[in-house]
Design a protein around this ligand. Structure first.
Ligand SMILES: CC(C)(COP(=O)(O)OP(=O)(O)OC[C@H]1O[C@@H](n2cnc3c(N)ncnc32)[C@H](O)[C@@H]1OP(=O)(O)O)[C@@H](O)C(=O)NCCC(=O)NCCS
Length: 449
């Protein structure tokens, strides 16, 4: 999922005004004289600068934790600035660790773009590489088909340095890094309203729109949600959870091969299964090694993003703010009324990401609802946790069982994908990006959230 403060995009006139004096006409000593003359000429004529000139002044290199943290945070802050334009926006605080969002991945990097002689950091991008399933392929319905993919996120360019090709250059350099690590495909996620990002990846980098999963958000109320009396919820060991996940997600898309690493990560708060009480008596899932599952059940895992980043809602009206505060006060004082209150999302808050959501059998949707209520109550007991978020395939039936607030959720997160390299054995048919999805189920890796 893509979360970013940016919603408004700079206009062309802003580019012309900001860029010409401060970017394209640096001190003569910092440029070859021919380039300086050319830059001066452009500024005199008030034309849009050629991206190629800026590109020559940019060096893309790996992020250095010891010296770049402050500069990278500044770029992030400036990209958030001017985002709201009167509309609410969600800001992300990475709590002093700009690479925290990819740190849990097996292989990851952040690249930064340095500009000019001052080596000012003006942009950055992150990526990770992992092995995942790619859905059903040919006759293989039971055995997972794995492929190495790169996930690209966190692309940012300072507003003053945009439309110079820096975003494109960062994306290309990251693709090279990922290909060197064996990635065959690369994908990214963005909001459907982010034209700049969609254009950059589709028009300049040859990505195609790939999937449009749905993001479902539910606020954490002050009251506890009730659980069904005929339902039993059990916590699974990570070994049992792994074996069930490998079974039920074998032919889904993007199920990570290293699922056991995710399940044993400290950010994973557990995997839970809901089933009718009557099925529990004759079944000990924790001991069963033959993979027998109850006739109906729902399963999910909870990932605590609070330790990695915090979110904050900005730009809401004082009337909305007052309404939220009032609902919260009432819900806290009179929990028996079960007022659907909104927590304080206007100060930094954490999120529980629900993943590995699957349900099957009779009444499965009700079981999933109960499981989500259970996760809600976990979040309620965790101070500073403001919302539960899940991201699922647009046509995944599990969607029906996940309670969410429509006004906080969004129906389409745009995922774009590109095939990075082709070998002589590859044919058009084997390209993952072209045929329609072979599965309605997408496993959204919590490390990518
Ligand atoms: C998206 C972003 C990284 C683009 O950076 P950039 O350095 O300006 O990108 P480039 O100069 O390489 O632009 C490449 C192409 O992207 C498209 N593009 C870039 N900005 C655009 C805009 N404001 N509107 C429409 N298309 C845009 C254009 O097709 C552009 O090619 P062109 O300049 O020849 O028309 C930058 O706008 C940014 O930091 N935005 C805020 C954060 C964000 O949205 N990140 C993306 C998260 S996935």
């Amino acid at each position: 999922m893509c979360i970013q403060g940016q919603s408004g995009l700079p206009t062309q006139s802003i580019h012309t005004f900001q860029l010409l004096p401060c970017v394209l006409v640096p001190k003569p000593s910092s440029l070859p004289s021919s380039m300086f003359k050319l830059s001066t000429k452009i500024s005199e004529l008030h034309l849009k600068p050629s991206p190629n000139i800026a590109e020559k002044l940019v060096v893309v290199r790996e992020y250095d934790e010891k010296k770049d943290t402050e500069a990278v945070e500044e770029v992030e802050r400036q990209c958030e600035f001017g985002s709201s334009k009167g509309k609410p926006s969600v800001l992300m605080d990475v709590m002093g660790d700009p690479v925290s969002r990819v740190r849990q991945s097996p292989s990851y990097v952040m690249l930064v773009a340095e500009y000019g002689e001052q080596k000012e950091i003006v942009g950055m991008i992150m990526g990770s590489v992992k092995t995942v399933t790619r859905g059903k392929k040919g006759m293989s319905y039971q055995f997972p088909v794995y492929v190495k993919v790169a996930y690209i996120l966190g692309l940012r360019v300072l507003p003053s340095h945009r439309r110079l090709g820096l975003g494109t250059k960062l994306a290309q350099k990251l693709e090279e890094w990922c290909m060197q690590r064996g990635a065959e495909y690369s994908y990214m996620a963005t909001e459907c309203t982010n034209k700049a990002s969609i254009n950059l990846f589709t028009l300049k980098c040859s990505y195609v729109k790939f999937r449009t999963p749905t993001v479902l958000v539910h606020p954490v109320h002050a009251h506890k949600k009730p659980l069904g009396s005929g339902i039993r919820i059990i916590r699974l060991t990570s070994q049992v959870a792994e074996s069930i996940y490998r079974q039920v997600f074998a032919s889904s898309e993007l199920f990570p091969k290293d699922i056991e690493v995710i399940l044993s990560n400290k950010l994973n708060l557990g995997t839970f299964m809901a089933m009718p009480k009557k099925f529990l008596n004759n079944r000990d899932l924790q001991k069963s090694s033959d993979g027998r599952l109850p006739p109906s059940f729902a399963i999910l895992s909870v990932w605590n993003t609070k330790e990695v980043f915090k979110l904050q809602v900005k730009g809401i009206s004082s009337l909305t703010y007052a309404g939220c505060v009032a609902s919260r006060v009432m819900d806290t004082w009179m929990p028996w009324l079960k007022i659907p209150s909104i927590p304080n999302l206007f100060s930094p808050f954490g999120v529980y990401f629900l993943y590995g959501l699957h349900m099957q059998g009779k009444g499965a949707s009700g079981l999933m609802k109960n499981l989500c209520s259970f996760a809600h109550n976990m979040a309620r007991n965790d101070v500073g946790c403001g919302a539960l978020v899940a991201e699922v395939g647009k046509w995944d039936p599990v969607k029906e069982g996940i309670p969410h607030w429509r006004k906080f959720s969004w129906a389409e997160d745009i995922w774009c994908m590109k095939r990075l390299g082709t070998s002589s054995n590859d044919d058009e048919e084997s390209d993952w990006t072209t045929p329609p999805p072979s599965s309605s189920v997408i496993f959204v890796d919590p490390r990518d959230f």
